[in-house]
Write a protein that binds this ligand. Structure first.
Ligand SMILES: [Zn+2]
Length: 260
């Protein structure tokens, strides 16, 4: 099975990185996309991917939280890094009006610039959208016909938002958010609606630990070895078989990121 979103360059994995990777493999994870959220994490992702070819791939981009650092220099650095064979998507980019660590204007500017880069470089985009669906779609929509593929990672939105994504044939990333009784119940109802060829699964580790894990690690740190736990829940919600869903979502991930 394929984890399409891990923040593996997070300092939270510094201490026991090798064990985390080992546990992921032992749990049956066969591929991981390392998310780039800044230029330094994108560069670090490439270093990790080089050491684990055919298991790790990565993205290069600027997360909306850091959109206030966008510059011509970053634009040209993304261009340079993107030629690296381990880079399979531009992002994580998008809009986050929940946290607003950068202003809306800064976020919208960096988002649009990265969409244009993805088109120019003929690469998929790895998207983040939180509490910003209207502006997110108004920026993205005109570019969709020219985009190679678009993935909304960590989808936690509403049914009508999801239907807009379906209309545009976008991929949907589902995390352990569905394992959270308090926050995830609305999302759980939407899981069966996702077309089976557009669904991908992710931990978004070290964030978003599945709250119903037992025992819950005292650190509350999520890691890719918990992917089967999320897969099981998605399979249950869709009335699907675990193995079938693992194969299908792995297939989708490989197609989305153009992996041979
Ligand atoms: Zn995100």
């Amino acid at each position: 099975m394929f984890d399409i979103g891990v923040n593996l360059t997070s300092p939270k994995f510094l201490q026991d990185y090798d064990e985390v990777v080992q546990r992921a493999r032992a749990a049956g994870v066969t591929g991981i996309i390392i998310i780039g959220t800044t230029m330094s994490s994108s560069r670090q992702g490439i270093i990790l991917a080089k050491k684990n070819v055919e298991f790790f791939w990565c993205t290069v981009g600027l997360h909306p939280h850091h959109a206030n650092t966008w510059s011509k220099k970053i634009d040209s650095e993304i261009r340079k890094l993107a030629v690296n064979p381990h880079i399979v998507a531009i992002g994580e980019c998008g809009l986050d009006f929940y946290r607003n660590f950068s202003t809306k204007k800064e976020q919208m500017y960096a988002f649009q610039a990265q969409i244009e880069l993805a088109i120019e470089l003929n690469m998929p985009v790895f998207l983040h959208c939180r509490d910003a669906h209207k502006d997110f779609m108004s920026i993205l929509k005109p570019w969709i016909p020219d985009l190679k593929a678009a993935l909304v990672h960590c989808f936690t939105g509403t049914r009508s938002e999801l239907e807009v994504y379906f209309e545009h044939d976008m991929y949907i990333g589902i995390t352990g958010w569905i394992c959270d009784q308090a926050r995830g119940s609305d999302l759980c109802k939407l899981i069966p609606l996702i077309p089976s060829n557009r669904l991908v699964i992710e931990t978004d580790a070290p964030w978003l630990i599945p709250k119903d894990l037992y025992p819950l690690p005292p650190s509350r740190r999520n890691e890719p070895s918990f992917l089967p736990h999320i897969m099981k829940k998605v399979a249950m919600l869709r009335g699907d078989d675990f193995l079938n869903l693992s194969n299908q979502t792995t297939c989708n991930a490989r197609k989305l990121f153009n992996l041979t």
